[in-house]
Design a protein around this ligand. Sequence first.
Ligand SMILES: NC(=O)c1ccc[n+]([C@@H]2O[C@H](COP(=O)([O-])OP(=O)(O)OC[C@H]3O[C@@H](n4cnc5c(N)ncnc54)[C@H](O)[C@@H]3O)[C@@H](O)[C@H]2O)c1
Length: 395
Amino acid sequence: MEDLRIAVIGLGLRRNLATAAHRPGRGSVVAAVADLDPQIRAKVPELYEGAVAVDDYRRLLEDPSIDAVIVATPDDTHEAIACEALEAGKPVYVEKPLGISVEQCDTILRTAYKTGTRLYVGHNMRHMGVVRLMRDIIARGEIGEPKTVWVRHFVSYGGDYYFKDWHADRTRTTGLLLQKAAHDLDVVHWLAGGYTKRVNALGDLMVYGDLPRREPDTPRPEGWLKEFDWPPTERHDLHHVVDVEDVSVMNMQLDNGVIAAYQQCHFSPDYFRNYTVIGTEGRLENFGDSPGDEVRVWNTGPSGYRKDADIVYRVPEATGSHGGADERIIGEFCRFAREGGVTDTSPVAARMSVAAGALATRSLREGGVPYDVPELEPELLAYFDGGQLPREAGE
Ligand SMILES: NC(=O)c1ccc[n+]([C@@H]2O[C@H](COP(=O)([O-])OP(=O)(O)OC[C@H]3O[C@@H](n4cnc5c(N)ncnc54)[C@H](O)[C@@H]3O)[C@@H](O)[C@H]2O)c1
């Protein structure tokens, strides 16, 4: 089997995904990179042997030697680039979030439907060991039927990763309840077996609104990714626009009746995602989210708090970035690009997580009023649920 020749569009901080895709002789290679930044383009030959680097991604979409495309540019550019790639007939992997509004997501889904080109969305958390472990526990019925899911998300590097570049500008992301939360909202949906139909939220910009900012078009200072300031109020050199929230809490009602909550803070000392799922016959909670960490299950009771729980599972060992999830998701994408078929990630689910985050953001900016998630067109739902199979002419 020849290696799938992949073009990567956008080789910024999310570069580990491209690195996971470069496995000469083992299924796929990064054959080309498009990036607007000449310094990044200059590094391409040493990063991926034999790869070409261009500034205009359209050149790669026209190149018949390219088999598939990964879009890893900032979120607000996904719609335009993904649609052009689909129109060009190149199977496309779009990094999460799929877009920054429901309308953008629906345009991408409709373009995939119309062109018949395979669309894949990179929700790599579905390939993380801790998430799969929690899902397996629920699927085995160890906590009964899941009824409520609560997620607390502590983002220790928030001030550095999300308030020093485009992430901090709501015109580029909508907000961090969409940008950062899209992964976890997708996992909430996956664990609970439903999609959000109604949301409300509260949030505010509490710490990073008043800290020193950089002038527009000035680069981040050298070493910004190695030296982190503490406490968070010591951070400086923030993006020139900072108008997204650094604390937000949202409530969700899912279409299967499950009630869920998600909370995010960008100035906590430690980085951690803490999930609790309570079902009709038990509760699970994760203690850490890396290989070797634990998911504990309590399914006898009632009792006082028991630290030792009834069953303790360990997150499986794995090597690679994001606990091996990037390598696994690239493997799934390559198989899908070649053969099609069912995948663990889903474009519809990606749209639903954006929808929940976008409407929650609207809610928190309007005093917490609830919003209903608009339904996806039935023909798109059927097409993607059916595995993106070729349609008959005229269908
Ligand atoms: N799944 C994950 O775990 C995960 C983690 C981080 C980021 N992301 C997502 O990955 C994407 C990229 O994030 P990042 O942190 O690498 O951003 P970044 O700003 O570090 O990098 C983006 C790169 O895209 C390039 N670019 C922008 N517009 C372009 C265009 N029109 N043509 C070609 N190149 C262009 C920029 O020059 C830059 O090098 C975002 O959608 C982000 O949300 C996903």
